[in-house]
Design a protein around this ligand. Structure first.
Ligand code: GLC
Length: 730
């Protein structure tokens, strides 16, 4: 017996023409590359690359203004838009859909709300360094309140692509290299975006992405092939997406990449066998931008018509901006090339999401007045500042920090004085005048300082630098990456600092003044020289609109830094991919020659996964490990042995020492963040279910193998207490 909702949807589908059904699968967007407006030059390049035809180029060029294809909308040929980010436009388009189309089916507005909408918070890689699901959920809730006030119904987030290669530009967009953290981060974001009831006006459907293993692109090159064993896929990459499905995500975006040769966009095993049959996902799938059409480039379909057929059969419900469904599905169905039932199933899921969002009853969930009073509220700005201070990792501090207000400051580096750069990648709703740079924050807080960009017309301004530095007690140096060097289509073959930034660093070190390096970047950078020579280093990432205030909160000690890296900092690009949960190999890297290492780099990373300093110090003692029921119980004493209160992220790792398939030397299995007063000790307890200690054997059976297991507990992945116990899992 169908429930009432299903009956209503099925009845509506029964009234729809073939063209109207196909219209529900059509998502219009600003361009063929998703949310990005593309310039005339880029369109020309796309045509010369063969990514668009001359006709497509002509069509795109003929629309001077942003084209919302209103006539198609009236004709019921559009079901959704990507990239509409204001209430006025959203309501205008919704009115056409609801009041001027034959069946009045409401539109679904999708948008990339990745780390905030207008109130931009730290990039996800930064926020993941807080190791705080409650924070991740709070910032997601805030961004949902803001984005829905601007007319948005669904965000193309969270991105939970485990990323172990720092050359990839999109490492900025997820929670780093660890499986557990990406899953916890994604699940918290889903809860925050969607709230308790999706039909609430401030609820936003979460579209987890990119399914699957987009972060494992060969050589860290964006869109590149992904080829891995089933064991590794299921152990290291799929669990993060599954955590988001279990948290209730209502949409999934397949990845651009192929998976072992089959593009995710037409990968029926992935989209139906795993996602729907095994995981029970009943929401919608929406292709990535133009991805259905690009299956022709992948070389798995002969043309766009074949792409349409393969994608629908594989389980793609909504076509983001490729037009392939609109151009081909009617002909395919009428010729019997693809079953209309497959189309009806996709239409059903899309209509069901619109029902869940309450769009049939309330197609207009916002208005311009609500939008105006919601955007960048003071409490949102305060939360963005809190998130930024919790994301910044103190990497080094040789008794330089915290600063005291009497010290005379000289600030060098353009990134200290460029508010627009603070948002990082994927902040398409951001407005530069919402952002606070380091220099602007110093002005606002009445801190006296001297500022100089340090590099003028591509040259380090030695004389002026020396003059400025001479008058200062301490020097702050802002170095790192532009936001354009991070995010999509921003892979790098060299993740070291530009030579001129190193020259600026060394020039400042030669002044003899204490130097504090503040890093602004969207990926781990290879910074061995800075790490060795600069006495204080704060990893600020791209920290969002409250960048400057958050940095000062840390530098002057108003906030005691507590963040820990969720991504390894290699010594050199050539080490990528470099990550903590590696396997041992038969010749683990060591001093002797014939071991797994490089001739020209040290074995250890510059900074390991889980690493981060505080203005106080923590010590660990008394690690206890035993089994109880079907879990391993751990207890450890953590003491704040320093002089001020601080938060410590206590991390619990495990190694299955002997197994039929080599297991990682360490895997994060649990973590807790605790606040300790000076001198305070606390016993932290962890429970690791036996189920979490298994792996897939060569036959892809998930096994718990009896044997010795080492447990490690500490403040990072390198410095730990450890105990080894025998587990027989009975
Ligand atoms: C882009 C990205 C995807 C984004 C989509 C819509 O190409 O790959 O993450 O959500 O387009 O803007």
């Amino acid at each position: 017996m169908m429930d009432v909702q299903t009956q209503k949807i099925e009845a509506l589908i029964g009234k729809m023409t073939l063209e109207e059904k196909i219209g529900q699968l059509q998502q219009c967007g600003p361009s063929l590359v998703g949310a990005f407006e593309v310039s005339f030059e880029e369109l020309l390049d796309m045509m010369f690359d063969g990514r668009i035809s001359q006709e497509e180029f002509g069509r795109l060029m003929s629309t001077a203004e942003k084209d919302f294809h209103e006539d198609d909308l009236r004709a019921g040929k559009i079901g959704s838009y990507n990239g509409v980010g204001d209430a006025l436009t959203a309501n205008r388009l919704q009115k056409i859909a609801v009041e001027e189309s034959r069946l009045g089916i409401p539109l679904l507005f999708g948008y990339d709300v990745i780390h905030g909408f207008r109130t931009v918070t730290p990039i996800p890689l930064a926020e993941s360094c807080a190791w705080e699901p409650e924070l991740w959920q709070k910032t997601a809730r805030m961004s949902a309140e803001e984005a829905t006030a601007a007319g948005i119904h669904m965000t193309f987030a969270p991105m939970v692509d485990v990323a172990k290669d720092a050359r990839w530009g999109r490492v900025s967009e997820g929670a780093g290299e660890d499986t557990l953290l990406n899953g916890d981060y994604g699940a918290a974001k889903v809860r925050g975006f969607q709230g308790e009831d999706l039909s609430q006006a401030d609820a936003m459907a979460a579209c987890l992405k990119h399914f699957a293993a987009y972060g494992a692109g060969e050589a860290g090159k964006d869109y590149n092939r992904v080829d891995m064993s089933a064991q590794r896929l299921w152990e290291e990459y799929l669990p993060a997406y599954k955590a988001c499905i279990d948290a209730g995500a209502r949409a999934v975006m397949p990845a651009f990449n192929d998976l072992n040769g089959v593009p995710c966009t037409v990968n029926e095993w992935l989209l139906r066998d795993v996602l729907r049959d095994e995981w029970g996902f009943d929401g919608i799938t929406v292709s990535d931008a133009n991805a259905i059409a690009e299956c022709v480039n992948h070389g798995v379909v002969v043309d766009r018509q074949a792409a349409a057929k393969e994608a629908l059969q594989a389980g793609i419900d909504m076509d983001m901006t490729s037009n392939v469904y609109a151009e081909n599905l009617a002909g395919l169905i009428e010729a019997g090339g693809v079953a209309e039932d497959l189309l009806d199933q996709a239409v059903y899921r899309i209509l069901k999401l619109k029902v869940e969002l309450g769009l049939f009853e309330h197609p207009y969930r916002t208005d311009e007045e609500k939008e105006k009073r919601t955007l960048v509220k003071p409490e949102y700005r305060a939360l963005a500042r809190e998130a930024a201070t919790k994301s910044m990792v103190l990497l080094k501090n040789e008794a330089i920090l915290p600063l005291n207000p009497q010290q005379k400051i000289a600030v060098f580096g353009a990134l200290a004085n460029d508010p627009g750069q603070m948002t990082g990648a994927w902040a398409i709703g951001a407005q530069e005048n919402d952002c606070v740079s380091l220099v602007q924050a110093m002005d606002a807080q009445g801190i006296s300082y001297a500022y100089h960009p340090g590099i003028v017309d591509g040259i380090v301004a030695m004389d002026e630098i020396n003059q400025f530095a001479e008058k200062a007690d301490v020097v702050i140096l802002a170095i790192g990456e532009q936001k354009e060097e991070s995010g999509e289509a921003a892979s790098k073959a060299d993740i070291s600092l530009p030579a001129i930034q190193l020259e600026l660093t060394e020039t400042l070190l030669r002044t003899g003044k204490p130097v504090i390096a503040v890093l602004f970047n969207g990926r781990p950078l290879a910074i061995p020289t800075v790490a060795e020579q600069v006495p204080a280093i704060l990893e600020a990432w791209h920290p969002g609109i409250e960048a400057g205030n958050a940095i000062l909160d840390i530098l002057y000690g108003a906030v005691n830094p507590s963040a820990k890296l969720t991504t390894t900092f290699p010594f050199a690009t050539g080490q990528c991919p470099l990550y903590y949960d590696h396997i041992s190999t038969g010749r683990p890297g060591g001093k002797s020659k014939f071991t797994s290492k490089y001739l020209d780099t040290p074995l250890e990373p510059v900074y390991p996964f889980g690493y981060g300093l505080s203005y106080t110090a923590f010590s660990y003692s008394n690690l206890q490990v035993e089994t109880s029921g079907d879990a391993v119980q751990l207890a450890v004493t953590v003491t704040n042995s320093g002089a001020r209160e601080g938060e410590e992220i206590v991390q619990c790792y495990v190694q299955d020492i002997v197994a039929k398939r080599a297991r990682p030397v360490k895997q994060l299995k649990a973590y807790q963040k605790v606040l300790l007063q000076p001198g305070e000790s606390i016993t932290i307890e962890f429970e690791v279910p036996f189920e979490k200690l298994g792996y897939y054997d060569q036959k892809m059976e998930y096994v718990l193998e009896v044997g010795e297991f080492a447990f490690f507990v500490g403040g990072n992945s390198r410095d730990n207490l450890s105990e080894t116990i025998h587990l027989s899992f009975i």
